[in-house]
Design a protein around this ligand. Structure first.
Ligand SMILES: CCCCC/C=C\CCC/C=C/CC(=O)SCCNC(=O)CCNC(=O)[C@H](O)C(C)(C)COP(=O)(O)OP(=O)(O)OC[C@H]1O[C@@H](n2cnc3c(N)ncnc32)[C@H](O)[C@@H]1OP(=O)(O)O
Length: 243
């Protein structure tokens, strides 16, 4: 699955809806046993949640958007397929979450590419299921420090921390992703799927059990004037950076 929503593959409501529909089709196709996620936009895997979906909109819109974000994560983290992220560009926040939610992450070894859960830098807070996914990948200590600081890690640092599993030169990315996929698909599906479910079930169940509460937390948090102000300032900063 190739993300192609220029300029930065931000995760808008439309993007997320298409993502979920595409994933469901593949999940229901008995001939499809694995998916590689990558980007068709140069230098960007995904810039994370589309900030314009969280800024200056109605409470109803925030709730609809957040349910879609939850749905994307539930489907991907709970997927029966082998999921490999071929990270060929920067991947902050929600973009990093997509990579973390896969079974395996391969990143291009470009020192300009960054990845991490940088929510704290925007004055917002990664919800518990972002945090759980991060802890399950890198462990508690690394996740705690990286989340509190809202760190964006270079590709080599991300590899050192275990945030990504492998680094490759750009020209080798697709070949490597295909080789990893072949390795994972060599196992009997039922054994791999039951093992994956055993490893992820508690974290998935936690969001399912608290889904509406999590929507309300998000809506209350994001609609606060202080948070809206932080997001507006962040968007301004992104625009100024270009001038
Ligand atoms: C206590 C209980 C609390 C419960 C709270 C619950 C939840 C709250 C948490 C919500 C979670 C949010 C997770 C997120 O994903 S937030 C999004 C974070 N994303 C970022 O910080 C990335 C921002 N973008 C960048 O850093 C850069 O754009 C880049 C990805 C590195 C690419 O850089 P470059 O190639 O130089 O491109 P530009 O910066 O010029 O961008 C082009 C264009 O795109 C706009 N844009 C970029 N990112 C986003 C985005 N995420 N959303 C919307 N728009 C984006 C950027 O403004 C430019 O627009 P213009 O061309 O119009 O200027």
């Amino acid at each position: 699955m190739k993300f192609k929503s220029p300029p930065v593959n931000s995760l808008s409501l439309d993007f997320i809806t298409e993502f979920c529909i595409g994933l469901e089709k593949l999940e229901n196709n008995r001939e499809c046993r694995g998916v590689i996620f990558t980007s068709a936009v140069p230098n960007i895997f995904s810039s994370g949640l589309d900030i314009t979906e969280m800024c200056g909109k109605s409470m109803e819109h925030y709730a609809e958007f957040w349910r879609a974000v939850q749905e994307m994560w539930l489907r991907l983290y709970g997927s029966n397929m082998v999921t490999v992220a071929a990270v060929n560009g920067s991947s902050p926040a929600g973009g990093c979450l997509i990579a973390l939610t896969c079974d395996y992450r391969i990143m291009v070894e470009n020192p300009k590419f960054v990845i991490g859960l940088n929510e704290a830098q925007l004055g917002i807070v990664a919800p518990f299921w972002f945090k759980d996914t991060f802890v399950n990948t890198v462990g508690h200590r690394v996740a705690e420090r990286s989340l509190q600081l809202g760190s964006l890690h270079s590709a080599s640092e991300a590899h050192r921390l275990g945030l990504v599993d492998e680094l490759v030169p750009e020209v080798k990315l697709q070949e490597k992703a295909a080789a990893v996929m072949a390795q994972w698909l060599a196992l009997p599906d039922h054994a791999r799927q039951l093992t994956k479910s055993m490893m992820r079930k508690a974290v998935l169940d936690r969001l399912v059990a608290h889904r509406e509460e999590d929507v309300q937390n998000f809506v209350n948090f994001i609609s606060k004037e202080s948070i809206q102000k932080s997001l507006r300032m962040y968007m301004e900063m992104l625009k100024k950076k270009k001038r």
